[in-house]
Ligand binder design. Structure first.
Ligand code: ZN
Length: 255
């Protein structure tokens, strides 16, 4: 099996269009229909999710992802976690608890909010096993192994987690990278980075800030994600240099 990274969703917290069918400045095109931020890593036999968005069931069915071995969480916000209860069929299929990984804070929040996933209650069996991440950890299955480095990024009122897998970094939600953690972002093949909107935002990088970061760390390829309703795919594509692209749902590549 080849190693494949898939952007399952690249929309901001409400996706696009919104539930009211509002689509802001987006032209009518499939590339502008965005589910909530979420990604998938296939490495050998290992199938690992980054976050469980509210759209996760649709995202996995659409991308024909039929197995799941672990979940990495970037942070506890609803647009990254509220699809967690959809994971039950993987527990039944694997016949073992799904290991999840996140910062101490994220794991605590998930345990408090989704108690039924972690503690036996009223005859319902817990389906997940929590793991508080360290700076370096790995996920293994038979001959397959994913080595991961995690680092903190600022995301408004909280810190979220950025993940580094080989030469790929995934940072879907952040407004600032602490200086000491910039070292994880040099020499990358792929940087998948928060780029919410044109205007400044207290919890996310805007266009100017994301481009400034890309120019500083110079990855071979950058993919802008967490895109709001002012971030039209085609307008962005026209404006950006070749090695920076706006994400779209289902975008995948070998790494
Ligand atoms: Zn968030």
């Amino acid at each position: 099996m080849t190693n494949k990274f898939t952007i399952l969703g690249c929309g901001s917290s409400l996706g696009s269009p919104w539930i009211t069918n509002y689509k802001g400045k987006l032209s009518s095109n499939k590339k502008n229909i965005r589910t909530r931020c979420c990604a998938h890593i296939q490495k050998g036999n290992l199938s690992v999710l980054i976050d469980t968005s509210p759209d996760i069931k649709y995202q996995l069915l659409k991308n024909k992802i039929k197995s799941l071995d672990a979940i990495l969480y970037t942070h506890e916000h609803s647009d990254q976690t509220s699809g967690i209860f959809e994971m039950r069929p993987f527990f039944w299929k694997n016949k073992k608890k799904i290991p999840i990984y996140g910062s101490q804070r994220t794991i605590r929040e998930l345990n408090n909010k989704y108690t039924f996933c972690f503690k036996k209650r009223f005859g319902y069996t817990p389906i997940m096993k929590s793991n508080v991440i360290r700076n370096k950890f790995s996920i293994k299955k038979k001959n397959s192994k994913i080595s991961i480095k995690s680092f903190e990024v600022n995301h408004g009122l909280i810190n979220a987690t950025g993940y580094l897998i080989d030469k790929l970094a995934y940072i879907s939600d952040c407004n600032r990278i602490p200086e000491k953690n910039l070292r994880y972002l040099f020499n990358l093949d792929y940087l998948i980075i928060d780029c919410l909107k044109i205007d400044k935002h207290p919890s996310h990088l805007n266009y100017e800030q994301a481009i400034k970061l890309i120019k500083l760390v110079k990855p071979k390829k950058s993919i802008l994600t967490n895109l709001h309703t002012d971030m039209d795919y085609f307008r962005l594509k026209k404006k950006l240099p070749k090695n920076i692209i706006p994400a779209f749902d289902g975008l995948n590549f070998r790494f």
